[in-house]
Design a binder for this molecule. Sequence first.
Ligand code: GLC
Length: 502
Amino acid sequence: MDIPWWRDAVVYEIYVRSFADASGDGVGDLAGVRQRLPYLKRLGVDAVWLTPFYPSPMADGGYDVADYRGVDPLFGSLDDFDDLVAEAHGLGLRVMVDVVPNHSSDQHPWFQAALRGEGRDRYIFRDTTNNWQSTFSGPAWTQAPDGQYYLHLFAPGQPDFNWRNPEVHEEFLDVLRFWLDRGVDGFRIDVAMGLYKAEGLPDVSDQSFKAASPVWGQPEVHGVYRDWRRLLDSYPGERMAVGEVWTDSLDDLALYVRPDELQQSFNFAWLQAPWSPTAFKQVIDDTLGAVPYATWVLSNHDVVRHRTRYGTADPGTGLARARAALLTTLALPGSAYLYQGEELGLPEVTDLPAEARQDPVFFQSEGKLPGRDGCRVPIPWTVDAPSYGFSPDSVEPWLPQPASFAELSVEKQEGDADSTLEFYRRALARRRELVEEIPYTLEWLDSPEGALFFTRGPLICAVNCGTHPVRLPDHDEVILASGPVKGGLLPADTAAWLRRAG
Ligand code: GLC
């Protein structure tokens, strides 16, 4: 059987606003991404996923789309997009884009028409509200000028579509065709378990992402992905889709990953697991038992960066664990999604001043929740302030970067064998070779307390989450380690790839 390109792919998430600013307005853009494609090629990823760059009033950083078939001038033009795709493909990199089907911007022409009383059934308007809360805090309903309320599971500027209206289906199939015709290789589907809400919009007792909730994961949503899959399969070149599916169980996640539905879903259980061998083992077993094609992700633009998540009072521990987690992730069967900046070991920026913050989560929670800006701080390319090479000359980036970013910049790390960047490059290069010779399956080996050992054909991966060094299993060669491995011992907070003895 031919193995589809995405099965073992390493996909690099580009949060476009924060990756590289070519135009000099302090905001990242498509031309900036294009200029940095050789960096990504050299890093060793297979594909990039671009977060929304569509025309948007930016009520939620572009996840509030006003036109699904364009490029916001902040990010460039359709020509810039086409150039980016052509250049990426020329380098052998695939391109995935975000599609946001749960809601549009309140500036979308359909919503503007709805406010005027035309085509209101494309959204969810009611005379009275229910008790649903916005994911970003506060009520999920906002009153329109004529007195009716509309539903928004996120910001008030993100009205939810009514997927019980066939027009919405037609529109999104057409949007997908628009980008497929421009050559995209895949889609990341935003809030993929949203879309349908239970008939009658009953009150909820619990707002979390539960399979049985009237808010999320209604069975009708699978019909949408079956239609989308047929469309993807009608194009040449193994076009694919990965769902952003937050569920409480991996069995619920598996409902989205079926031969006639999505090829992949993000596996957030992996990033929610604490630094613990039992937690890791459980998620790995549950994942491989649940889905035919697994994905693994440690960080993205919505969560606290994993260096900080795994960290203790000592920031060095967080970095050591983050590096070990990467080796573990890259040794698992399936594809891995990386988030820009993790290859530099960037931490979460936790001390952004309130006046700099932009995430609607911060505003809707009236400052009670910090929001997600801390993982969206622009990438440091060079050691020079004010923007560390993110923007040209003396332009200030849209979010302030801490002074510590100089030391973490690409310029500083490039060529330094001990740096996290060079470690990522080595890991991705070795993985590329190994993937050719290892089976998709995984077997557990006996592991000392605090550690986890598993094997895939000739490869052994050993990770030590404990506090004391452990003895490595028998091996012929240490292929790569995330920290110092000496005398057959694997230190705490370290992982290693070994070639199996014999
Ligand atoms: C997804 C995105 C997040 C956005 C939300 C609403 O969770 O990843 O950034 O705020 O959807 O579109």
